[in-house]
Design a protein around this ligand. Structure first.
Ligand SMILES: [Zn+2]
Length: 121
């Protein structure tokens, strides 16, 4: 993972006032060797694929891959990819679109996958 945090060249010590913030919000996941260009924000619970170059702000819960990074879907808080109708098949959470990405809905729907292992009950 790399954060590019400068917009200037050479003698950085005299130009510390030119540093620009890069914000990573809670729950965000960043894959190996991903690069985040300065001044961008990674939204809550977004997921950045390995090797992705992030060149713009990433919405909450967005799944972003590629160079330059582009959104290919949405992610759940549990780390699973959401269906097209914004439901998680693993934990049954559902989401609604907002201006900044997704917002988790209070109601749960969808089918929860059966656990792989029995708990001995
Ligand atoms: Zn989930």
């Amino acid at each position: 993972m790399a954060f590019f945090a400068r917009t200037f060249r050479f003698d950085y010590r005299r130009k510390m006032d030119q540093l620009r913030p890069t914000l990573v919000k809670g729950g965000a996941g960043i894959g190996a060797n991903a690069t985040v260009v300065c001044c961008n924000t990674l939204g809550r619970y977004c997921f950045i694929g390995a090797g992705t170059v992030v060149t713009k702000n990433v919405p909450d819960y967005a799944l972003v891959v590629g160079n330059p990074g582009h959104q290919i879907g949405w992610m759940c808080e549990c780390g699973e990819r959401l269906t097209d109708d914004l439901n998680c098949l693993t934990c049954a959470k559902s989401y609604e679109k907002t201006e900044i990405g997704l917002h988790r809905s209070e109601k749960t729907r969808g089918k929860i996958n059966q656990p792989l292992l029995s708990r001995g009950e």
